[in-house]
Design a protein around this ligand. Structure first.
Ligand code: LM2
Ligand code: CA
Length: 475
């Protein structure tokens, strides 16, 4: 049984929700998601109505919704102490209301499911919603026998990622590791996930899936409704025995190698292989791949390109969104200089409900804590409509001139990016109909690109991205 985020499923879902409500939003849905990292539920609901629905985004990946340890760091979200939906990000009622309001404008919700482990605390404590806990005891949920005691490394922490048993049964940074092979543990996790499904979520990111045996993930997923979307986070690591491919039986996986291969294109200032053609054989099949430029972990670690790279970051997103591989998720977080720093907090200890509807958004020098609002950048948001316009049209071989690159989605659209430091002109042979097209990455069709005699001519300033498609012909 395979559970993937097939575009068709998302479109069917969108059609249902549009039919069910007399919303003015007639926008067709895309398969494009957005990770709204540490954005509270009330703000996500507003965001669905003000920016995501109108742009055509198909789904939101939320931060983990369950009760966690207390603290101001963002990563408290990854230390569950109960499955009550009560956290710094909002209450159960707020979560349920978000799901409804997003669904009403055709935007699905994927919740981040932290099911490999509970807290990483050594001392007993009380969680955000008041639940008492100890490292391996969570009253009403789990007792010590429900946790792995790997006995392989002294302190039970994972030391060697080349040892499958350590990776899957020892503790990831002291996080109490659930025995996901045990019937009681599986049933408790299934009850939590079913509770979220009862509120209308479409599916889950399986956090730290690499640390859960693929057979355990499959057994848990088998207990969920057949149309549940599953995205397993399995970071591909060199020389490691646990592979993303093992998890394809449960659904889609995040393809970290795609992000790496794309990011490398922006390291030297010149493209080496912008079509990634030599790398593609190493990526999981397109219909089970979730692709991203960066995420909340990689922007604090390995990512070669993040919001800090401004125009080049926009270009990386453009290349991903114009690609014919995978289901893309745009990452939208907040600026930081301290990797542990949480999102802006209110006096009462919850996270400030700041959205992206107001003001102009694009590359800039952000102050720490400012939301980057990547999903509404002028050079990124219109790529969602581009993706809808090009549909299943295949990607054709592109052209590269100096530090600029362009390619076409056969007969339907084309993109061009210039990471050089001076203006570039690219002529791209194209099967698009002759016409004058809006450059959709410049508001109000203020710039046009002409296709004449089967050739598109792009003139790109340093750092500029450009996109044209058949649904946006200039008047
Ligand atoms: C993930 N995917 O596999 C998440 O995407 C990632 O963000 C999580 O790490 C991790 N796995 C566990 O769910 C984050 C963060 C860590 C943080 C953990 C737990 O990157 O820094 O660890 O969440 O909150 C923190 C401390 C660490 C400490 C641990 C336990 O940084 O030093 O370890 O808490 O107290 C003793
Ligand atoms: Ca584990």
């Amino acid at each position: 049984m395979k559970r993937t985020v097939a575009a068709g499923a998302i479109l069917a879902l969108a059609a249902l929700s549009l039919a069910a409500c007399s919303s003015t939003d007639e926008t067709t849905r895309s398969d494009v998601g957005v990770q709204l990292f540490q954005m509270p539920w009330t703000a996500i609901a507003d965001e669905c109505e003000s920016t995501l629905g109108p742009a055509g985004y198909g789904w939101v990946l939320t931060s983990p919704p369950q009760e966690s340890i207390t603290g101001d760091e963002w990563w408290v979200s990854y230390q569950p102490v109960s499955y009550q939906l009560d956290s710094r990000l909002g209450t159960r009622d707020e979560f349920a209301d978000m799901v409804k309001r997003c669904d009403a404008v055709g935007v699905g919700i994927i919740a981040d499911a932290v099911i490999n482990h509970m807290s990483g605390q050594s001392a007993p404590g009380t969680g955000f919603a008041g639940s008492a806990y100890e490292h391996d005891s969570y009253p009403g949920l789990y007792e010590p026998a429900d946790f792995h005691d790997c006995g392989l490394t002294g302190d039970n922490d994972i030391r060697n990622y080349r040892d499958r048993a350590q990776v899957q049964t020892c503790e990831l940074v002291n996080l109490a590791d659930l025995d996901t092979s045990a019937p009681h543990v599986r049933a408790t996790i299934v009850a939590y996930l079913n509770d979220l499904l009862s509120l209308g979520v479409d599916g889950f990111r399986i956090d730290a899936a690499k640390h859960i045996a693929a057979t355990d993930v499959e057994a848990i997923v088998a207990e969920l409704p057949a149309n549940t979307t599953i995205m397993s986070e399995v970071i591909r690591g060199s020389g490691e025995p646990v592979l993303p491919e093992e998890y394809l039986g449960a659904g889609s996986v995040f393809e970290f190698t795609y992000a790496r291969d794309l990011g490398i294109q922006f390291v030297s200032g010149s493209f080496t292989e912008p079509d990634l053609s030599n790398e593609r054989p190493q990526h999981v099949p397109s219909d089970q791949a979730i692709v991203f430029v960066d995420n909340h972990d990689t922007e604090r670690g390995e990512a070669q390109i993040t919001y800090r790279d401004g125009d080049a970051y926009a270009m990386a997103n453009v290349l991903m969104l114009a690609d014919d591989y995978g289901t893309p998720v745009v990452y939208s977080g907040y600026a930081f200089s301290d990797r542990d720093a949480g999102a802006k907090t209110t006096a009462s200890g919850t996270i400030e409900p700041v959205g992206c509807a107001e003001g102009a958004h694009g590359p800039q020098d952000f102050a720490d804590g400012d939301r980057t609002c990547i999903h509404v950048w002028d050079a990124i948001a219109p790529m969602v409509a581009f993706r809808i316009a090009v549909g299943e049209a295949p990607r054709l071989p592109g052209v590269m001139v100096d530090d600029a690159y362009a390619f076409e989605r056969e007969g339907r659209g084309a993109v061009a990016v210039n990471q050089g430091e001076s203006e570039a002109t690219l002529t791209l042979p194209t099967t698009m109909p002759d016409a004058t097209y809006c450059d959709v990455l410049v508001p109000e069709c203020a710039v046009t690109v002409t296709v004449d005699n089967g050739t598109a001519t792009f003139t790109l300033a340093a750092g500029q991205s450009s996109a044209i498609h058949v649904e946006a012909v200039a008047r």
